[in-house]
Design a binder for this molecule. Sequence first.
Ligand code: COA
Ligand code: AMP
Length: 633
Amino acid sequence: MSQLDEIHRRSLEEPEAFWAEVASDIDWIKPWSSVLDRSRAPNFYRWFVGAECNTCYNAVDRHADGGRGDQAAIIYDSPITGRKKTVTYSELKEQVARCAGAMTALGITKGDRVIIYMPMIVEAVVAMLACARIGAVHSVVFGGFASNELATRIKDCRPKAILTASCGLEPGRIVGYQKLIEGALTLAPDIVDSVLVFKREEAAWDLKSGRDHDWDEALAAATPADCVPVQATDPLYILYTSGTTGQPKGVVRDNGGHMVALKWSMKAIYGVDPGEVFWAGSDVGWVVGHSYIVYAPLLHGCTTILFEGKPVGTPDAGTFWRVIADHGVTTFFTAPTAFRAIKKEDPKGELIGKYDLSKFRTLFLAGERCDTDTLAWAQEKLKVPVIDHWWQTETGWPVAANCMGLTPLPVKPGSPTRAVAGYDVRVIDDALKELPRGEMGAICIKLPLPPGCLPTLWNADQRYLDSYLVDYPGFYKTGDAGYMDEDGYLYIMSRIDDVINVAGHRLSTGAMEEILSCHPDVAECAVIGAADALKGQLPVGFLVLKSGVTRSDEDIVKDVIAMVRDQIGPVAAFKAATVVKRLPKTRSGKILRRSMSSLADGQETKAPATIDDPAILDEISESLRKMGYPAKG
Ligand code: COA
Ligand code: AMP
């Protein structure tokens, strides 16, 4: 048996022994009484029960006081503003302790929730770590979400405070945050006591007396706070992610198991050593940002890059290579869509040659299916291993990957390689039978999930069961469909729910439908994901109008596009909708979204036997054709 197989076998057959050994890499305040608590099996499991620890201590103080004080912890690089800044571990400790002190002065203590709504600036990382330091539970909300989404999260997790900045910066556009926050606080009143605001020079903030506090002043006046012991099982953060409805799911992450898994992943999966420079080109608002911009690289004593820019246009398609060269990045992680954007602007990869990429070892891609063209282009132009790996907000770290720090395996285009240690991945059919290799089915993970994965949803154990566990008893349902080949390589082909993936961002078509159906002229609607050459998928809306509507179709389409942008945010990228006479349905009235998606993607679409009227699919096909679908490329 190879070393890799042996590690995987042991992680599944002797999980307690395996993870206890791995856990010795973390500094614990008090050891655990049980590595894996199975007392609420078969559905609920907890890791490192009884242990006390502090995530901020392990990510910051341990390095600041242990010989890495002068090493860069964060390199902030913003091609949008032209600003760069390096923060050492000692400086980070000082800033985090002050921010934690300022939060304590606002009455925030262990277990309180804090929403962080910030752009990609150092203060966002400081805010997250400061919460961890005092045991407050952060919930970071991505800046591309609008007031309504923010309000939904405020109502669900009931934060005492919001930590924010005066603006985010998109190319050519200043996104003022005050209006968005005021909007959210109007929709979700009487919950938030304080707003701590970092004022950026690009936008002002009108401080509301009694509620708002200036970041610089509050931190200057604060008494630095120390790390408090928390239970390994206490929540570190809540991160909301799209489900099938407009109500996002609050994925809970604990402290202990999360540290253990993330620290291990840095060497085993990413092949990175402490002291090296690691860059995840994502946003702190997404799980990739939580795990691989903030927690994992810092837990591992690496330097992490905080990049405020885009792969193209800030200023050009060479910006990634410039950052890699300037800061000596060894390992870079981004989404395939970013590479598709670069490939479009610089198809021959000519800008790559302008930079010294000699320290660059490996490119990791995740967030969406990696098409083989993008993989081949990246391999050919960068001449480093390009590793597709698969995971999701719920798991917090990779489920399947080519483990560069263990035994790298041959790359098979289209596959994120094999299940990582701790994950027992199976492909299952509707009769709950495991499928033979090569056959498509629901991709599930046998319980218990390894450390670091969600133990439940915030205040919603039943929703956790209903969303992930009831359909395949004994298994966690990933929501992805695919197959496993003879060598155990996984192929992740599509989602089995109403979740779509737009530019590596996970969005709910159900949430968009809920908004569309609120339009006074809309009788019913459907939103589907249609293949897009750049963003992977884009949402497309279909509207059936109420009878007697006098406004033009164009005006109504404009309205709904504005409504989605206003209520979900620009990140939804909802820009295409059309009015149709009727929607294709089964005889029992279920809208045939999957058939509509296949039509949009130009796939052969056979009307299901249960369809009410097959002619409607032709009408949909015609509407799609008028909108330019199936898209070219
Ligand atoms: N705050 C406010 N608005 C934001 C935002 C933020 N943090 N992030 C994105 N938006 C806005 C954009 O400005 C854009 O608005 P527009 O409709 O006015 O143009 C909209 O949301 C869609 O943004 P995005 O999906 O990022 O598209 P884009 O056209 O600006 O850029 C790519 C396209 C491919 C360059 C970009 O999507 C990208 O870099 N993707 C990488 C994805 C990634 O890192 N995913 C994380 C998982 S690893
Ligand atoms: P998120 O929770 O936003 O990280 O999105 C997770 C979803 O993105 C997964 O369930 C998949 O549908 C998709 N995804 C992520 N990585 C990959 C990958 N490497 N290949 C295919 N799909 C992926």
